[in-house]
Write a protein that binds this ligand. Sequence first.
Ligand SMILES: *Cc1c(COP(=O)(O)O)cnc(C)c1O
Length: 300
Amino acid sequence: MSSIFFPPLIQQISNEMGANAGVKLSVLRLDLMHPQINGNKWFKLKYNLVEAKEKNLSTILTFGGAYSNHIYATAAAGNLFGFRTIGLIRGEENIPLNPTLQFAVAQGMELVYIDRQTYKQRHTEELQNHLKQRFGEVFIIPEGGCNLNGMRGCIEILQTVQGFNTICLACGTGTTLAGMALSLNQEQKVIGFPVLKGGDFLKEDINNLLTNYLASNLPTPVNSPAHWQLISDYHFGGYAKVTNKLKLFCQDFQQQYDIPLDHVYTGKMFYGVMDLIAKGFFKSESLLLIHTGGLQGNCE
Ligand SMILES: *Cc1c(COP(=O)(O)O)cnc(C)c1O
């Protein structure tokens, strides 16, 4: 299943401010692993698809907003690996479809719109049973691939990567961070940058994911998570909120390093890291910044 993906490339970037502080900067380009199923979303899908196959379920049903990277990746993966896919989209249908949903439909995903009230109940057994009645035997993947299978895949992201003190990444649900924390040694740490306002609530979510994962019989390379922390000051107003400052930063960054950043996730984290370097937060360490993808969302 993994053979169609490029191994992730590590790109060094030379930054004067970083160099002065003794900070070495590298970027793990998960965005380049596949043209469509890119970034962390593939890792979160992988073991969900494996479990669906083991259970002989050929239909994947999942949830997302109208610009969701997870919907986009699930539609593409379903097409590639021979699953029928159904996307439950939050809110009303807007015609013409935006590029994300157009792509999903072109990959064969069936879109079903559900109102925001019902969408909030997506985790309840009641709604899930209702969906199984309506769509038949389906394998349900939660929004964003946020479950233990998703975490299991994320443990693999840093499997072949060595020699970094600190890993930085953008967080939505924290599933990717939780998986990474189970793949590092105790001398390393991972810093998450929540892209939602008031992102500190993620601490509890991440702790729950870690506790549940370690209590499951899923494989893990280590028995206790590496040090991790959240820096919640770089949300730029909240989820999918963009300011001119952020846009300009992304433009400059692309010009300087030839690395495109998305505005919802990676742009905010890269901005945060550069700002923290300027403020002297990092000293004499080797940082690995995870490019989790998300560029499809930049096209509107
Ligand atoms: C989904 C996504 C994230 C967030 O991943 P979580 O595991 O939910 O924290 C980060 N970056 C990009 C580009 C994403 O699409």
